[in-house]
Write a protein of this length. Structure first.
Length: 268
């Protein structure tokens, strides 16, 4: 007889590291992982105050959960320390290699700085890719020795619709965003049987998008305006798109794939 919970229990007992998990989409993924029975959820970002506040927030939200909730800092903007910082994160998350991770979710991002093509230089191009391209590739490299082998393990990276519909002056960022699909396909071949996938998001109501607005009123009007351009009629919510990452973790037949959650923005 099959288990009555064979679908909702697929993450039961899993150890999950969420890089960028202290806010927005990453935090919603952490909530979903706890609700799906994960044994360990680890949050990471560069700000120690946010790590502390978010881990405490999850513990307060799920007081009866047996899930262990931890957090560690990792700065992905330090070029010369980037690989060392990531390795330190994996060492902390795995207790110096004494426990294996089942899933790694990458939702980290920095505030994009659009620049006309005439104003960019090599330094700008390189810095634009630190968090959004170089860090994911190094995370994949270093994750191998820290993850449980097998199809039940996965890495999920994050991209955006600017890969298909570039915004004005997003030359460098658009290039990195678009290149993540090729990276994920290559990694899926090289890292098998660990699965590697990409979640591509449209506009989502998070702190990152809120930085474009100077007042709460402007933010509300701006998000409503964005929503009116989407087929769904509203901007995506973090708890909506978190489901895409849960799917990537649960479907052992999924690798080298792109999951789109964008409110239909590419059809209008």
């Amino acid at each position: 007889m099959s288990s009555p919970n064979k679908y909702i229990s697929k993450l039961s007992g899993a150890n999950i590291l969420i890089i960028g998990g202290t806010a927005g989409v990453g935090y919603a993924v952490a909530e979903a992982a706890i609700e799906h029975g994960a044994a360990l959820v680890i949050l990471s970002t560069s700000n120690p105050d946010r790590v502390s506040a978010s881990t405490l927030g999850l513990r307060d939200s799920y007081p009866s959960s047996s899930c262990q909730i931890n957090g560690f800092t990792c700065d992905l903007k330090q070029e010369h320390l980037l690989e060392a910082n990531i390795e330190a994160l994996f060492s902390a998350a795995t207790l110096n290699g004494t426990r294996k991770l089942n899933h790694v979710v990458f939702t980290a991002g920095d505030h994009p700085i659009p620049k006309p093509l005439a104003q960019i230089n090599f330094e700008f191009i390189k810095n634009t890719g630190l968090v959004r391209f170089f860090a994911p590739l190094l995370i994949a490299k270093l994750a191998v020795s820290h993850m449980a082998p097998g199809l039940a393990s996965s890495i999920s990276f994050t991209s955006g619709v600017s890969a298909y519909r570039p915004y004005p002056n997003w030359n460098a960022l658009g290039a990195y965003t678009g290149s993540l699909e090729g990276m994920v396909r290559s990694l899926a071949v090289e890292m098998r049987p660990v699965r590697v996938n990409l979640v591509t998001l449209g506009p989502v109501d998070t702190d990152l998008i809120s930085r474009w607005y100077s007042t709460p009123e402007a933010r509300r009007e701006g998000l409503d305006s964005i929503g009116h351009t989407l087929i769904t009629g509203r901007i995506g919510q973090a708890e909506d798109v978190a489901e895409a990452y849960v799917y990537c973790m649960k479907d052992c037949n999924l690798t080298g794939s792109v999951i789109n959650s964008n409110g239909g923005v590419l059809m209008v």
